[in-house]
Design a protein around this ligand. Structure first.
Ligand code: ATP
Length: 454
């Protein structure tokens, strides 16, 4: 079958209720999308998988959920206010606006090919807010453009509440906002998106070791947990490093248009805690930071054995949850040739990533005994608390299977006349389309096993 295109995914997302255009009935808003009934489930499952790997499977990382609306000073000292910009180029002929570093050829308009372009201008990516007493006035706060900085400023809060020895980390999943010049590629580049980021605080002498460790930990997660084949992923080390970075490497996924970033791993040295700490002069900072007269807390680590206080280095892992879901859907989307010109579309997701874990399908709508039996099975499955269980009451078995293939439901349970006679139901498996009859009382355990397989 033909290779999956972005348009295949866009069509499926709309048809089956994964992702809709944001503000759609008013003509949409570039870079904003709304997640529908199955999209929210898939996003939630990816978030949970990340949280499970980063927090529940280890004892050296704590969770945090910081505010999205943030004090302006945070972004002054982080350097974002002065430097978080992209080079904007406009085409004088067709008026297209482009990000120069992402243009196919920086001397030609991506849209019309004209060479009559403006000089690049720095375009501020943060979304400023005017809140409180000065509403309508000047910018006095920002929607955060990443979760990381809100983690750094909570370093001491977390450490005081939950003491740790180095190395230890703080992880967050949450919304980030960027005034992207040209949102593109469906949910690849949005203006409002979600990040799953972890900041690992290490002794400066051990930074290289942990940078390498996290590169491979994260790559393994993409393969083993999300089920992306290793050959569709690669490391892409940054050639040009930000002034504060010692090393940076992206994990790239092979999208239909080629490899592109889904996650970054960065060695940020002592720049972040060093930028936001009080009493910067007391520390032997490696990074060049703005002189901070506003911070009221020292963001340092006290080593009881060495009897000294110092600013740890940061190894950051930064993943886009929307991009992860997009990659997962592209990878799972399969069109199978059934012969006789027939095809079926299947989302071959890992079962526990599936938006619906199991569908119960009574064969007829008008037979109360079938409906009752189906309800009993549905209730028994809900008690497992494994996620969404759906009753599929369309009365058309073929249509029901097609729908659940397309949204990736790993197993359907069909209740028919034979169920009433011998207490068995049909389990129909998504990937193989195989069917088997099993006793009703075995269904919950069988479904639990199917869904729990990683
Ligand atoms: P890019 O180079 O694509 O602009 P970035 O290097 O600025 O991305 P980071 O700041 O490292 O991205 O953010 C971490 C992750 O957040 C990225 O790997 C990506 O998955 C996700 N991300 C960043 N910007 C966007 C966006 N505009 N829309 C959706 N996801 C994004």
């Amino acid at each position: 079958m033909a290779d999956t295109t972005v348009n295949d995914i866009i069509a499926l997302c709309k048809r089956r209720g994964f992702i809709f255009t944001g503000s759609e009935i008013y003509g949409g808003l570039p870079g904003a999308y709304d997640y529908g009934p199955y999209g929210v489930e898939l996003m939630r499952n990816i978030r949970n998988a990340w949280w499970n790997a980063m927090i529940y499977s280890r004892d050296d990382i704590e969770g945090l959920d910081a505010a999205v609306i943030t004090n302006r000073l945070m972004w002054k000292y982080s350097g974002h206010e002065a430097n978080f910009s992209d080079p904007l180029v406009e085409c004088k002929k067709c008026k297209a606006r482009m990000r120069q570093d992402k243009m196919r050829d920086p001397t030609k308009c991506d849209n019309c090919g004209s060479t009559d372009l403006t000089e690049p201008r720095a375009y501020q990516l943060m979304m400023g807010l005017s809140i409180g007493a000065v509403a309508g006035g000047e910018i006095n706060a920002y929607l955060r453009p990443e979760t990381a900085t809100t983690t750094y400023i909570n370093f001491k809060n977390v450490l005081d509440a939950k003491p740790h020895k180095l190395p230890f980390g703080i992880a967050q999943i949450g919304k980030a906002f960027r005034n992207e010049i040209s949102p593109r590629g469906f949910v690849f580049r949005m203006r409002e998106f979600e990040q799953a980021e972890m900041q690992y605080f290490v002794d400066p002498a051990e930074d290289e070791k942990y940078f390498e460790m996290w590169k491979f930990e994260r790559l393994a997660w993409w393969v083993n947990v999300l089920g992306i084949p290793a050959e569709k992923l690669r490391f892409m080390p940054h050639e040009k490093l930000a002034h504060y970075a010692k090393a940076a490497c992206d994990i790239e996924y092979e999208f239909p248009d080629g490899f592109d970033e889904v996650e970054g791993i960065h060695n940020r040295q002592d720049f972040d805690l060093g930028s936001h700490t009080k009493s910067q002069n007391e520390f032997d900072l490696h990074a060049k930071v703005l002189d901070n007269k506003d911070s009221v807390i020292k963001l340092a680590y006290s080593d009881p054995q060495a009897g000294k206080s110092f600013i740890p280095y940061v190894i950051e892992t930064a993943m886009g949850v929307n991009r992860a879901m997009f990659a997962v859907m592209l990878n799972a989307y399969t069109v199978e040739d059934l012969g006789d010109g027939k095809t079926r579309t299947v989302l071959k997701l890992k079962p526990w990533l599936s938006p619906v874990k199991a569908a119960v399908i009574p064969l007829a709508r008008n037979i109360p005994e079938l409906q009752e039996q189906a309800s009993n099975i549905e209730n028994a499955l809900r008690k497992l608390a494994i996620g969404r269980i759906e009753m599929e009451n369309s009365g058309n078995i073929g249509k029901s299977y097609r729908r659940h293939d397309e949204i990736g439901t790993p197993v359907c349970i069909t209740v028919d006349h034979q169920t009433l006679e011998d207490g068995t139901v049909t389990l129909r498996y998504r990937d193989t389309m195989e069917q088997e009859r099993v006793p009703v009382d075995q269904v919950p355990e069988l479904v639990r096993k199917i869904v729990m397989v990683a």
